[in-house]
Design a protein around this ligand. Structure first.
Ligand code: NAP
Length: 418
């Protein structure tokens, strides 16, 4: 049991700048705005953080889960943390204080001792699970870091949307040769774009989900694929050139790329016979769904697959990545539902509209304890999808909050949204 810390001592929450991929997930998750960032680092304000741990499970890299015992009067300030390239080591506390404090500050998703002793705000419940499905394979994470990245060679780069559309989405295949890079479907990697930012510092890594299954884009090869949309405007629609997406989309065969990761230990697929997958995605959020679908496709002959149901949103059919190959999949293998939002001949449809339209089949899958649900894509879809699932369940006279709790507790509902 953790002894309460002396009042002068703080178990300070810190983010490891060497592992952090600056994805903004922690800042978005923090319910009390204790996390902030500058052009270099994401940091935790010691004057605001109450150790509620809400930010820990969603962090894809685990860089968020770092703690140091410090004197409150000497806590690392936000400004100090902005200047770090690496975490400072443990500093011994003065002798009389060290006796009352735990010997180390272990990593792990349990509240830090200082917080456990003090009243803290309850952690807000996450929309999805913070554990993987029970039958998921064990993932490797953080094998390669900013300081020691892996080198991969581009062996393929081609566009997967129609040429005359504004959505320039590429399928990029990276080969690791003899470098070990074990991955699972649902995991992501970080790409280090070459060059420096406006302050002259190396660009930080950008995160991309794998679009290929664990045994390679080409089965039996040490390669993987990504789905990358060329960013040409910012969220307000003003012209902006995405540093990493343009770098990746312009790569030629035999170019080399610096890679870190892999990341992710919860958005993983089940491995047991009869497991069903409900996959809900928009645009390039289809990457992990392609990986999982391909894993199942390669195992059709075994006869152990459960059902696959896909809800896929895109502006138009011509902007939907992988439309051609997707349509070639057998109808008895995967139940495909396309939600097109800007198709001139049709009213606007989002994935959540399709979920409601398919209520009976969605309900049947939700009722099966072998079903895992994956949601990936635009941040905005998160609420809409949850509401649609809730409506389907409530309209059948069932209790959504009981089912939602079970889906989270059993690692059967996963979100990856940006
Ligand atoms: P997009 O083309 O902008 O949008 C795809 C579709 O989603 C459109 O039909 C869009 O409709 C619709 N949509 C917009 N708001 C929605 C909402 N609130 N609920 C449901 N549907 C909604 O998508 P994208 O540019 O490809 O972006 C996909 C997202 O996935 C990005 O944020 C990306 O960061 C993220 N992501 C990418 C990867 C990867 O590995 N590449 C992995 C994970 C996540 P309208 O625009 O017509 O309204």
């Amino acid at each position: 049991m953790n002894a309460p810390l002396p009042p002068e001592v703080l178990k300070q929450h810190l983010i490891d700048p060497e592992i952090c991929i600056r994805c903004n997930t922690c800042e978005e998750t923090c319910p009390i705005d204790a996390i902030t960032h500058d052009g270099t680092n994401y940091v935790v304000d010691p004057d605001i953080c109450n150790g509620c741990m809400a930010c820990v499970p969603p962090c894809p890299t685990g860089s968020i889960d770092n703690w140091r015992l410090v004197l409150r009067s000497e806590a690392y300030s936000v400004q100090e943390q902005f200047g770090w390239d690496e975490l400072p080591g443990e500093k011994p506390l003065p002798g009389n204080l060290a006796e009352g404090a735990p010997a180390d500050a272990p990593a792990g998703a349990s509240p830090p001792a200082a917080v456990a002793a003090a009243p803290a705000a309850p952690a807000p419940s996450l929309p999805g699970a913070s554990v993987p499905p029970w039958s998921a394979a064990h993932p490797y994470v953080n094998l390669y870091t900013h300081k020691a990245p892996a080198s991969a060679t581009v062996v393929g780069n081609y566009r997967v949307t129609d040429e005359d559309t504004g959505s320039d989405i590429h399928h990029i295949v990276l080969d690791f040769g003899n470098v070990p890079f074990p991955v699972l479907e649902g995991q992501s990697i970080g790409i280090l774009p070459p060059g420096t930012d406006a302050q002259g510092r190396p660009h930080h890594a950008r995160q991309y989900s794998l679009a290929s299954p664990r045994d390679g884009e080409r089965a039996g090869y040490n390669n993987l694929s990504l789905t990358v949309k060329r960013v040409t405007e910012d969220h307000q629609g003003r012209p902006a050139r995405g540093v990493c997406s343009n770098y990746l989309c312009d790569l030629a065969k035999n170019d080399t790329v610096q890679v870190i990761g892999p990341f992710g230990n919860t958005f993983l697929m089940p491995n047991h016979a009869g497991a069903n997958l409900m996959m809900i995605c928009t645009g390039t959020g289809s990457a992990p769904m392609r990986a999982m679908t391909e894993r199942y496709r390669r195992r059709i002959a075994r006869g152990t697959n459960g059902r696959l149901m896909l809800f896929f949103g895109a502006r138009t059919q011509r902007e939907l990545p992988y439309f051609g190959p997707l349509m070639k999949l057998p109808r008895d293998f995967i139940d495909i539902n396309l939600a097109l939002s800007r198709e001139a001949s049709q009213p606007r449809r989002y994935v959540q509209d399709m979920i409601r339209e398919r209520a009976a089949d969605v309900l049947a899958l939700l009722a099966d304890a072998n079903t895992c649900i994956y949601v990936c894509g635009l941040k905005g879809m998160e609420t809409g999808v949850l509401e649609a699932l809730r409506d389907v369940v409530v309209q059948a006279g069932q209790d959504w909050s009981i089912l939602h709790d079970a889906l989270r507790r059993e690692g059967r509902l996963h979100f990856e949204t940006y």
